[in-house]
Design a protein around this ligand. Structure first.
Ligand code: FAD
Length: 470
């Protein structure tokens, strides 16, 4: 039976995974459409990566003002207009959202505004789209990529549920009507730490509660410890190994009952931010009827991002961790190139992770503990920014670079950084690991002077007992 096919590829969800996949498909000559129920650019451009970075830049700049004397400068009285701070962040997001609209047009990708669900079809599931403008449209494509992303995890049973006033997820925290005097941030992953840093920089009293035994728990343990100290210097407070038992709202704010090491404590604040992870948007997509496997809240995929249902793929946040924009895009491109029968980019390339606090955290590859699992022998190097010339000149001496090598082969296994703008440097190590570089190649690479990146090479030298400037 022959079937009329409307498109070569239909992408559901226009986040960084979906919209980049659509562009790559258009480049490869596929007739492509993308469905989006809310805003082009997804969480990343509208409610995630980008607007948080705009807020954090304000926080960082404001923090710098209190150190102006160190640079021989002074201002009369530093202050801020909170509504304008938030407005700038929204403008930045809006600019990028319209940029994606332009890219869709440029690449002749049809944008369908609406909410899609899937039904059995041939050669791939067909999409039934409830159009924003009203009515329904059914689209049959040769291939479908699910890129519907994720949302904040909540636990309503213990009060961890946004109310738009006193209890926020990232959605509410990105468009606050006021800067709270005090807040409890629940969860110390990148999202929790970024909001904690921003509001602290503007003067809020902030306590971060983490259930595991250290903050930013996916990072190397040494980074967690040093980051906590750096944040505490700025007045952030932490409760680690602390379980939240209940959040209760009062007239003036929230009470958060926590338990740490068998001791109960109640934290009071004006506002709470719930940043305890995310769950994939797997509901109301018709996945069950199609026989798509879902593990907790993620679609199960194979090594080419196929769901196992003919012509149906899943990428990005809906396909599981790490929940990062560049992971979503990388998977999107891989998926489209696989569909096109090309030899796609390496899906097992290491995914760097960044936290845009002050100081920043950036890492790629294995932590020291992960590298040692399974009995591998490692060589570890460290180099602090406090003896790096550019860092001293810039007044940005906090933090260090740590590198982990396989002692037998010299392969770089992982790199970890804490410091000013280290998120702009970590790609150097991503490139090294992706190209399977060894210490010899890193040592043989010339880094420009004076830059903070010199600490990267020094850290490698240190792993081999050869650091020069310490
Ligand atoms: P999303 O960006 O979530 O996009 C999915 C899209 O699908 C959405 O627009 C949604 O409306 C749409 N959709 C869902 N269901 C349907 C349907 N049925 N029909 C039509 N459309 C649908 N990552 C980083 O790498 N760096 C960062 O600095 C960073 N900061 C972050 C800060 C915050 C506060 C948050 C919340 C996240 C942050 N992230 C960051 C994570 C990043 O935003 C996500 O990993 C990324 O957006 C995932 O991309 P995606 O394409 O999988 O999905």
């Amino acid at each position: 039976m022959s079937m009329a096919v409307d498109f070569d590829l239909l992408v559901i969800g226009a986040g960084p995974g979906g919209y980049e996949a659509a562009i790559r498909a258009a480049q490869l000559g596929m007739k492509t459409a993308i469905v989006e129920r809310e805003l082009l650019g997804g969480i990343c451009l509208n409610w995630g990566c980008i607007p948080t970075k705009a807020l954090l830049k304000t926080g960082e700049t404001f923090e710098h003002l209190s150190h102006l004397k160190d640079f021989g400068l002074s201002v009369e009285k530093a202050s801020f207009d909170f509504a304008k701070v938030v407005e700038r962040s929204r403008k930045v997001a809006a600019q990028l959202n319209s940029g994606v609209g332009y890219l869709m047009k440029k690449n002749k990708i049809e944008v369908i505004e609406g909410t899609a669900r899937l039904e059995k079809g041939s050669p791939a599931p067909k999409a039934v789209i409830a159009l924003k403008a009203g009515g329904e449209r059914t689209v049959q494509a040769k291939n479908v990529i699910l890129a519907t992303g994720a949302r904040a995890r909540t636990i309503p049973a213990i009060g961890l549920e946004p109310d738009g006033e006193k209890v926020w997820t990232y959605r509410e925290a990105l468009v606050p009507k006021f800067a709270p005097k005090s807040m409890v941030v629940i969860g110390s992953g990148a999202i929790g730490i970024e909001f904690a840093s921003f509001f602290r920089a503007l003067g809020s009293e902030v306590t971060v509660v983490e259930m595991l035994d250290r903050i930013v728990p996916v990072e190397d343990a040494e980074i967690s410890a040093a980051a906590q100290k750096a944040f505490e210097k700025r007045g952030l407070k932490f409760r680690v190994g602390a379980k939240v038992n209940k959040l209760t709202k009062s007239k003036t704010g929230v009470s958060v009952d926590i338990e740490a090491g068998g001791k109960a404590e109640t934290l009071q604040a004006e506002v709470a931010i719930v940043a305890i992870g995310i769950v994939g948007n797997v509901e109301n997509l018709g996945l069950e009827a199609l026989g798509v496997k879902v593990d907790r809240t993620h679609v199960v995929i194979d090594e080419h991002l196929s769901t196992g249902v003919a012509g149906l793929y899943a990428i990005g946040d809906i396909a599981g961790p790490p929940w990062l924009a560049h992971k979503a895009s990388h998977e999107g491109i891989h998926c489209v190139e696989h569909i096109a029968g090309l030899k796609p980019s390496n899906l097992s390339a290491p995914i760097p992770g960044c936290t845009y606090s002050e100081p920043q955290i950036a890492s790629v590859g294995l932590t020291e503990a992960q590298a040692k699992e399974g009995g591998r022998e490692v060589k570890v190097g460290r180099f602090p920014f406090r003896v790096n010339g550019k860092a001293i000149a810039a007044g940005a001496t906090e933090g260090f670079v740590k590198t982990v090598f396989d002692a037998k082969t010299g392969a770089l296994l992982g790199a970890h950084m804490l410091g000013h703008e280290v998120t702009e440097m970590i790609h150097g190590f991503s490139l090294a690991i992706t190209m399977e570089a060894t210490e010899a190649e890193l040592i043989g690479t010339v880094f420009p002077h004076p830059t903070m990146s010199e600490a990267m090479r020094e850290s490698v030298l240190d792993a081999y007992g050869r650091a020069i400037n310490i």
